[in-house]
Design a protein around this ligand. Structure first.
Ligand code: HEM
Length: 352
């Protein structure tokens, strides 16, 4: 026979020291939490100690882009901007900080505001050359130094290249960038200038783009479009385009200005193309003759009018055939084709 123990009598005997079992809260969740916090603290400490530049190469931060740019407490001179969603630990520290530390925090706040402001401009279409949000990666990821980039040269396991201070992991393109590859010289450095000039020697493979034209900057930037589609983005390079804290420099602003200008030029060209669509054409060089004609789709512009062929003279551009709607036929930039009826939708041309 099983004897039942009377818990209630025992409980009453020790009621001043021992709580009844059903009222006692389990301790294991607290223990688990303490162990987890301790492990995290040890992990963070270890990462900071082993990082050669004092930045945090934690994969968690890398995966979350801008979060990776935490200010390193071991590197007080660093001007790393602190992202706005990383404020919890700062609030805890606030009460303990000295006046000097508080001053540092003020400057951090300024930098953060500056950074947030900058970040938002990156998403405006005007600053993006080529297609939408191409600059989305800029101002994200880690900030690396030139020696760190140099470790990823052509003979490294994972070659990296940098263009305008943007670093990409081009390991997947090792046949181009690895030893013996046609473009091995780009690996481990920012050779921005050579992406436009094609001067692939020590003099040409430099990150100094002073004196380049707006068009050349567009050509260089074009490689960011290519790399960002093909290769993983690593981070920004401390150099002419970004500070050690990853903030944009005057040179980077020049790049942005050039992209804005190129966008404006592209926009204007688009308007001209819509206003003066190109004609269809057929050239017979052997017979020395050609024909130009207009349709509702010529020049790739679909419209509800056909237009008449005219020679279009635009400054700085070669003369081309454009289909002109009736209301614009008096434009002084236009010239009729010889021996062609002004109201005809097609003209035959004699080639010299
Ligand atoms: C300013 C001049 C040039 C620059 C900066 C340049 C740069 C590059 C780069 C960076 C790549 C590797 C792209 C990747 O990672 O997928 C590449 C590939 C290539 N380039 Fe050039 N290049 C230039 C001129 C030329 C010229 C003039 C030719 C041909 C006459 C050429 C032919 C090729 C070919 C065939 C590939 C390989 C494409 C592939 O296999 O995917 N490049 N170029």
């Amino acid at each position: 026979m099983v004897q039942l123990k009377d818990d209630s009598s025992e409980a009453s005997e020790h009621s001043t020291v021992i709580k009844a079992p059903e009222e006692q809260k389990p301790l294991w969740p607290y223990l688990l939490l303490t162990v987890a916090i301790a492990l995290l603290a040890i992990g963070a400490h270890f990462i900071q100690k082993t990082s050669p530049d004092g930045k945090l190469p934690c994969p968690f931060h890398a995966a979350f882009g801008s979060l990776s740019n935490l200010k390193n407490p071991h590197n007080p001179t660093s001007d790393d901007p602190v992202p706005s969603n990383e404020q919890t630990s700062q609030t805890e520290q606030k009460e303990q900080t000295s006046q000097t530390e508080q001053r540092e925090q003020t400057s951090q706040t300024e930098q953060r505001e500056q950074a947030d402001q900058y970040d938002s401009t990156l998403y405006s279409e005007e600053l993006v050359y080529g297609s939408k949000k191409k600059l989305a990666n800029v101002y994200r990821g880690r900030v690396l130094t030139k020696p760190e980039l140099a470790e990823h040269g052509p003979s490294s396991e994972r070659p990296w290249v940098a263009v305008l201070g943007q670093i990409y992991d081009v390991a997947a393109g090792k046949r181009h960038y690895g030893d013996g590859g046609s473009y091995h010289f780009f690996a481990g450095k920012d050779g921005s200038r050579a992406y436009s000039t094609g001067q692939f020697d020590d003099e040409g493979l430099i990150d100094d783009i002073t004196g380049t034209t707006v068009q050349q900057i567009g050509e260089i930037y074009h490689w960011i479009n290519i790399f960002s589609k093909k290769y993983p983005f690593v981070g920004r390079l401390e150099g002419p385009f970004f500070t050690a804290g990853g903030l944009p420099t005057a040179h980077w602003r020049e790049v942005e200005d050039s992209l804005s200008q190129l966008n404006a030029i592209e926009k204007e060209k688009g308007e001209v193309r819509r206003k003066f669509p190109s004609c269809n054409s057929h050239y017979d060089q052997g017979a020395g003759k050609a024909e130009v004609w207009c349709t509702e789709k010529s020049g790739g512009i679909t419209r509800d009018w056909v237009g008449n062929p005219r020679q279009l003279h635009l400054p700085g551009e070669t003369v081309r055939c454009a289909c002109i709607q009736e209301s614009l036929l008096d434009d002084p930039k236009l010239k009729e084709y010889p021996d062609c009826e002004p109201t005809s939708t097609s003209c035959k041309i004699k080639l010299n």
